[in-house]
Structure formats: structure tokens, C-alpha cells
Write a protein that binds this ligand. Structure first.
Ligand SMILES: [Fe+2]
Ligand SMILES: [Fe+2]
Length: 475
């Protein structure tokens, strides 16, 4: 694919009320619509954004351009004054639709009429996750384990806010009145609200403590990476360009998760070696999080995130692909016909009470294809966490749970499965589920460790400092 770009502006105009690189001033109606949405967004941020943070100056990264060098600029800023805006990656000259029935046609600069409803649904679903995660994490600043971690949290929060802006721009610019209504509704749903919840399950779960937060950014922001990569392949060029820019920020979110969990593990291992014990009771008494509890958090966050990819067989997934709206992870790098009409894919299925594989048309299994790519990617970090334990000279290891464990979506939701993939009866599941998932007691213990450490260079006892963490992710 040609990497040549058009002559569109690369730098971001911060003299505008809404910083942007999309020539917003040339489209007064759109500018007015977004300037009307902007105060509602700020109201939402003040109501649902990080708690007690509005007078707190944080050292934050702000995008000042979308090229490789200009996109990250650091400065102190009060969060409500953060310059959220609209940034698209540069347009690639001659870009074509790379998959599905429209393969080879020029990429669309406007919404094709027949795909309008599906595209809007894709954009709204992605957009809804962004404010949801800010809502889920809003209490964590009050109990940050260090200033360094606090800064990372707020960095992630403001970028999720900007990701909402990215989707709202598309809704306003390309979807007329129903787009504006959807943009309004994105500020009205609330994570975990019984009456008006966020769209997807994992985004209605609580993120009550920092271990949950690190697991969330490791697993659930990685779902973001895979969804955004699939959308970055879209034949609808503005969606592809905006998601490509979002992906640069997503990498940092996953880093926060991976390095955070690595530091929790490192600290636990230090105390295990000091006490010469792996007894959770003794370790908890010493104020660190025992490895079995870390494993249960891992199982929980991995399994609820796996559900985000949707049903294992989905005619919507086939439609989105055929229509050129949503590709596979790294679609353009794959070496096949990108039509997939005669291809099959094997999915896990329940048959006579046992798990087995079943071949289905690949087009209908594209959620599963993306989920399997995600699972492969997730395993890597778990391996790096195990290296931290290994370097501490300890024999314990963490494991990624079986894909069928704790599922609520798709055909696997009909069975109880342990983390090794063994099918269980309802009785065994209810007796043993808290061997595998965090219990109320686990969560209460972790919650009791939380407390704000705001002095530079100080760290909570349950997490390794940056200097002592020997995970490659910490460097
Ligand atoms: Fe995001
Ligand atoms: Fe993210």
C-alpha cells in the first residue's frame, strides 16, 4: 500500500476551541454541532471523570501532531483543561477497500448509503467503551500506589476521553441527526447503571482496585487494540484513519497494565522469599497480594474480556466483513483472497455435554478469529509475568484460563468449565467457583491495601518500585 499522503495539515491547530487537524473551521455547521456537544462532554467529565482531580496538576501527554514525532507533547495541565480534540492519521493516497465484496474499489470518503446503519452501530459500540472505562476507573486516583501510577491513570483517562471525541466526530460529521442523537446518548449511559448501562458487559463491571485496573488495562485495553486494528482496515476511510491514530495511544494503556501487574508480582515474590513461604495468610499479613489471588483476578479479567468479542458464530460479523466495514486483525498483511467465501474455521462447541471443535463458515466465525488472535497476544504477557516469578527463583506460575472458562456470551455460555477446560456440573461450579474467581473476601482484602501515596518516589507496600522491578516491561 502506498504510504504517500495528501497535503492535508499534519499539525494540530490549538488556537481553535476544538483542537483538530480536520479543517473544522471550513465546516461551520459541523463546528457548531461539536461546540454544542463540547460543554456536555465537560459536564460529563466533571460528573463522571476522575474523582477530586479537577485542581490537580498532572504531567500529561497531549497530541500536537499526528506524524511519528509530533504526536506526544508533555506538559503540566489540570485535567478539565486538557485539550481534547479531533485527530486523524494522514490520508493514504489511492487507498482501496482491502476485503469483502467491495475489494479493490477506492476506499469510501463518505458513508455508503446501504451500510449506514451497520457503520453507525460499529462506531457507537466502539465509542461507548471509551467513556465507560473512565467511569469504571474514576475512584482509583484517590488510592493510587504512587505518583507515577497516578499519572499513568490520568493519562489513560484523558486519552479514553479523546477516543470518545474521535467517535463523536464521525457520528456528527457523517450521520446527520441520528448521529447527533447517538453522540448525546454516549454521554448519558453510565457504566454499571441498571437503567441505562453501557452497551458491552465488561464495561459495566466495577474496577474497584488497582490490581483490577492493571488487569483491565492489560486485557480489556487489548480488546481495544484488536477491535481498533479491525476497524483500521475499514473501507470507510475516516474510520480507518481515526482508529489508526487511537492505536498509538492504546499501546501505552496495555503497557500500564502489563508493567503494573509485573510490579505487583515482583513485590509478592520479594516477600515470599523473605518469609520463605507461599502461604496466602502469611503473605496477606505482610501486606502483599498472594499469587493465587492474582491468578483469580487474571481469570476474571481475561474471561470477561474474551466475551467482548461477541458470539462465536455471528451473521453480523459476516455482514460487516462482506460489506468492507470491519476487517480482521492485520487484514492487509494476510496472504489469502480476503473474501473468505469458501473458507471454514474451527470453533469450540458443546456437544453431548463435552467440548469439541466444529467447523463453520469462516465468514460467520470472524468474531472467533479475532478472539483467537487476542488470546494468542494475551498469552505473551502472562509468560513475561512468569519470568518475574522465575527470576525470583520461585516455582509457581500463572496461567491463562481456558477460552471456555466463565463465558456469558456465545455457545460456551451454556456450560460450566474450569480454567483447565474441564466441564463441570452446576453443583461443582457453585462449590468451587471462588477457587478460580475473586471472592468478596479477595476483593475486600485487596481494597484494604489501597491508599493514596502522593509523595514523589514513594510506593505502596504491595507493589514494586520502578527501580527494583526487573521485568522488561518496567524499563
Ligand atoms: Fe480507548
Ligand atoms: Fe485504552
Amino acid at each position: 500500500m502506498a504510504e504517500a499522503t495528501t497535503g492535508e495539515p499534519m499539525s494540530i491547530d490549538y488556537s481553535e476551541r476544538i483542537p483538530n487537524n480536520v479543517d473544522l473551521a471550513q465546516d461551520p455547521a459541523l463546528q457548531r454541532a461539536l461546540e454544542h456537544w463540547q460543554p456536555n462532554y465537560i459536564d460529563w467529565w466533571r460528573e463522571m471523570g476522575p474523582v477530586a482531580s479537577s485542581n490537580y496538576e498532572v504531567y500529561l501527554r497531549t497530541a500536537v501532531g499526528v506524524d511519528a514525532h509530533g504526536w506526544a507533547h508533555f506538559d503540566f495541565v489540570r485535567m478539565p483543561e486538557y485539550r481534547w480534540g479531533i485527530f486523524l492519521s494522514p490520508r493514504v493516497e489511492g487507498r482501496t477497500v482491502n476485503f469483502g465484496a467491495h475489494k479493490g474499489e477506492p476506499a469510501w470518503q463518505d458513508v455508503p448509503g446501504e451500510h449506514r446503519a451497520n457503520l453507525r452501530r460499529i462506531i457507537v459500540t466502539q465509542g461507548d467503551t471509551e467513556p465507560a472505562s473512565v467511569e469504571q476507573q474514576r475512584h482509583l486516583g484517590a488510592v493510587a500506589p504512587s505518583l507515577y501510577d497516578l499519572r499513568n491513570l490520568f493519562q489513560v483517562n484523558v486519552e479514553e476521553g479523546r477516543h470518545l471525541w474521535a467517535m463523536v466526530y464521525l457520528l456528527h460529521k457523517y450521520f446527520g441527526r441520528d448521529g447527533r442523537e447517538e453522540a448525546g446518548a454516549l454521554l448519558e449511559r453510565r457504566s454499571g447503571d441498571r437503567n441505562n448501562p453501557r452497551i458491552l458487559g465488561a464495561f459495566n463491571e466495577a474496577t474497584p482496585d488497582w490490581l483490577a485496573y492493571f488487569m483491565f488495562t492489560y486485557f480489556t485495553d487489548r480488546d481495544g487494540k484488536f477491535q481498533l486494528n479491525a476497524l483500521a482496515e475499514s473501507g470507510f476511510d475516516p474510520l480507518a484513519r481515526t482508529t489508526r491514530f487511537m492505536l498509538m495511544e492504546e499501546a501505552h494503556h496495555m503497557f500500564v497494565g502489563e508493567a503494573g501487574v509485573a510490579r505487583v508480582i515482583q513485590r509478592t515474590c520479594e516477600v515470599m522469599n523473605q518469609l520463605k513461604s507461599d502461604d496466602p495468610v502469611q503473605l496477606r499479613a505482610a501486606g502483599v497480594i498472594d499469587l493465587p489471588t492474582i491468578q483469580r483476578y487474571l481469570n476474571f479479567h481475561c474471561s470477561v474480556t474474551i466475551d467482548l468479542f461477541g458470539a462465536d458464530e455471528s451473521s453480523n460479523a459476516a455482514t460487516f466483513f462482506n460489506a468492507g466495514l470491519k476487517g480482521r486483525f492485520e487484514e492487509s498483511k494476510r496472504d489469502d483472497d480476503h473474501l473468505l467465501r469458501d473458507r471454514v474455521y474451527s470453533v469450540l462447541a458443546v456437544h453431548d455435554g463435552a467440548l469439541g471443535e466444529r467447523e463453520v463458515p469462516m465468514l460467520n466465525a470472524l468474531n472467533e478469529v479475532l478472539r483467537d488472535d487476542f488470546v494468542r497476544d494475551s498469552i505473551g504477557g502472562v509468560g513475561r509475568w512468569n519470568k518475574v516469578i522465575e527470576r525470583a527463583g520461585l516455582p509457581q506460575r500463572l496461567h491463562t484460563p481456558h477460552k471456555a472458562f466463565n463465558r456469558r456470551i456465545g455457545s460456551l455460555a451454556s456450560v460450566r468449565v474450569d480454567p483447565d477446560g474441564r466441564i463441570l456440573g452446576e453443583t461443582e461450579w457453585s462449590e468451587r467457583q471462588y477457587e478460580w474467581l475473586p471472592s468478596a473476601g479477595d476483593r475486600a482484602f485487596v481494597a484494604a491495601l489501597m491508599g493514596r501515596i502522593a509523595a514523589p518516589g514513594q510506593y505502596a507496600n504491595w507493589i514494586a518500585t520502578l527501580n527494583t522491578c526487573d521485568s522488561t516491561e518496567c524499563r
